[in-house]
Write a protein that binds this ligand. Structure first.
Ligand SMILES: Nc1ncnc2c1ncn2[C@@H]1O[C@H](COP(=O)(O)OP(=O)(O)OP(=O)(O)O)[C@@H](O)[C@H]1O
Ligand SMILES: [Mg+2]
Length: 312
């Protein structure tokens, strides 16, 4: 285990979650078994919802830092290097020699992505690791979490909220610990895959969001939302009206990380003082523009261009 200096000063957004090395193969056709296929492209990048959300915030000018765990291997090194290069503080990243860095193998074909997750469960990271590294949970405006390190995230969320910060959850699947994490979450914007896994394909989105809202931290801002892929998003504001913001029609080549960029851009807009609806429009636009490039770390246009694209 080794680490560098702890971050200092106030942060806009601190994140805790799974950090991943993404291996992406672009294909013309989804593979059939036991055949040889020609790939149209091969990409290695960093990924993971929280790190990619933080990279988005950093690119938009916000002060961010990430904490989590990677292996003491080449993938772990490039995950940390990529964060640092993007201006995301990485002093809260533990590198352990008893694990392989979380990795995803992603097949992209016809604008759809199929993800194989490797080494991403039972990650050895606890709140005591973050404490030991001096992660400043009492000095951030927002905490971004993914439900993948629930015990550490619940502890961090309590700490952040006690110091006056807000907790944002980005989660794609119901997992052990997420229900408890929701109770200390201020804004939960989940992927449509979450209610699908829970309730099946014809779930009632308004009903689901009502319930989600009711399960959030009682004294918090209680904002619940769903991202709906190309369809855009739904946000339920605290006054219980439902805001539907349609998606943008783009030539999507790779939607990997669209949800991560959505969350980063959404929080950036809130930091900027935007309304919930404006934040949703900004986030939809940023996420749609990302889909025109390969990998979750595809370049993003400047903020002004995203705002123009969003019609803001
Ligand atoms: N094909 C698309 N065209 C335009 N916008 C898209 C498309 N896919 C996604 N988006 C935008 O990205 C947002 C997030 O997408 P989605 O709901 O698929 O996230 P997700 O399921 O969390 O996936 P991931 O985390 O892998 O990115 C959507 O709300 C929308 O704004
Ligand atoms: Mg997602």
């Amino acid at each position: 285990v080794n680490a560098t200096k702890p971050p200092s000063g106030r942060l806009d957004v601190l994140g805790i979650g799974v950090a991943v090395r993404d291996i992406t193969v672009l294909l013309e056709q989804f593979p059939t078994p036991d055949e040889k296929h020609q790939a149209d492209g091969f990409f290695e990048s960093s990924g993971g919802p929280v790190p990619t959300g933080l990279v988005t915030l950093s690119r938009l000018g916000d002060r961010t830092a990430f904490c989590g765990v990677v292996g003491d291997d080449a993938a772990g090194e490039s995950i940390v290097d990529d964060l640092t290069r993007e201006g995301v503080g990485a002093a809260g990243v533990v590198r352990r020699n008893d694990m392989s860095s979380p990795t995803s193998v992603i097949l992209v074909e016809g604008g759809r992505r199929t993800i194989f997750e490797c080494w991403q469960t039972d990650l050895p990271f606890g709140i005591e690791d973050a404490e030991r590294l001096g992660v400043a949970f009492d000095r951030c405006r927002y905490l971004l979490v993914d439900g993948r390190l629930p015990q550490a995230q619940i502890a961090a969320a309590r700490w952040v909220r006690q110091a006056g910060g807000s907790v944002v959850l980005d989660c794609g699947h119901p997992r052990p610990g997420v229900d408890e994490l929701l109770q200390v979450t201020d804004l939960a914007i989940l992927s449509h895959s979450y209610p699908r896994a829970l309730l099946g394909d014809d779930y009632d989105a308004a009903e689901f969001l009502d319930e989600l809202c009711g399960s959030l931290a009682p004294e918090g801002s209680r904002i619940a939302g769903l991202t709906l892929g190309a369809e855009g998003c739904l946000i339920r504001d605290p006054d219980s009206s439902l805001i539907r913001v349609p998606g943008h029609r783009v030539d999507a080549i790779d939607t990997t990380g669209a949800g991560d960029i959505f969350h980063g851009a959404f929080v950036h807009a809130l930091l900027n003082g935007d309304s919930l609806e404006a934040a949703a429009r900004f986030a939809n636009a940023a996420a749609a523009l990302k889909c025109c490039g390969m990998t979750g770390r595809a370049p993003l246009p400047a903020e002004e261009q995203i705002r123009v694209f969003a019609g803001l």
